[in-house]
Design a protein around this ligand. Structure first.
Ligand code: ZN
Length: 246
């Protein structure tokens, strides 16, 4: 490719699949050039048209808990990189302003930020594909700020959450449940609301029907139920496996 009279080799990150609308060249803060190609394409949802619905709870300990009991952890390498990121951030802020060392530290930090963003996106895509294959409808709670903050770090939390939900929305029907709905405190068996449930209680027993609940699984079952009624689609029944906890 020729750019301003210079010849550049480039690497295509993925197939150009659609009609090219615009091409822009950008230079990032590390000095790498990027060719951004915007395409027009009709999006086909890849879900299995199974009519299956699942509720998802974003958590502190577990990244995702599904209403069928499946729990998905954040990738370990990602959490490790976050630690590395914090270390580099400290190093960077210690260097003298406008020194060569500081510039070097800045580049190193920017590179790692990019690596983190890429690995996160990759994880989100794979996870969303897996979910879309299995389910046609996904019910989620609208932005659980505290949980995301703890897991992904303050700066990237809003971005990480909306990024995952965006990716998911391309592949499957997503319904967001009002974040003030008490999904954790409501007994998914009888509907009793345990107002005094505190954040540390991971397992609780409903005082009315005596069902033993795993906090996250119970929440995701409730999210699934609300989602199913919101979709209001005939024949869609939440698959609910009552959690059995030893
Ligand atoms: Zn109950």
């Amino acid at each position: 490719m020729w750019l301003n009279g210079y010849k550049f080799k480039f690497w295509l990150s993925r197939e150009i699949d659609g009609k090219i609308k615009t091409v822009t060249v950008k230079r990032d803060n590390i000095g790498d050039y990027w060719i951004c190609i915007a395409i027009e394409k009709e999006y086909k949802k890849i879900s299995a048209t199974s009519g299956k619905i699942v509720g998802i709870d974003f958590g502190l300990k577990t990244f995702l808990t599904l209403s069928d009991g499946t729990q998905i952890q954040a990738p370990r390498y990602y959490l490790q990189t976050l630690k590395e990121l914090q270390k580099l951030q400290k190093q960077h802020s210690k260097k003298k302003k406008s020194s060569n060392n500081r510039e070097f530290a800045r580049k190193k930090l920017a590179k790692l930020h990019k690596k983190v963003a890429n690995s996160r996106r990759d994880f989100f895509h794979k996870l969303a594909n897996k979910l879309a294959k299995e389910y046609e409808y996904i019910a989620i709670e609208d932005l659980n700020l505290k949980a995301m903050q703890k897991l992904w770090g303050k700066k990237i939390i809003d971005y990480a959450f909306s990024e995952f939900v965006n990716i998911l929305s391309y592949k499957v029907n997503v319904i967001k449940i009002d974040r003030y709905y008490p999904s954790s405190k409501t007994c998914s068996n009888c509907g009793y609301v345990k107002e005094d449930l505190n954040l540390k209680e991971r397992v609780w027993i409903c005082p009315v029907c005596k069902t033993k609940h795993d906090r996250d699984i119970n929440a995701s079952i409730n999210i699934c139920k609300v989602g199913a009624s919101t979709f209001g689609i005939d024949g869609v029944r939440p698959i609910i496996k009552q959690a059995t906890i030893a």
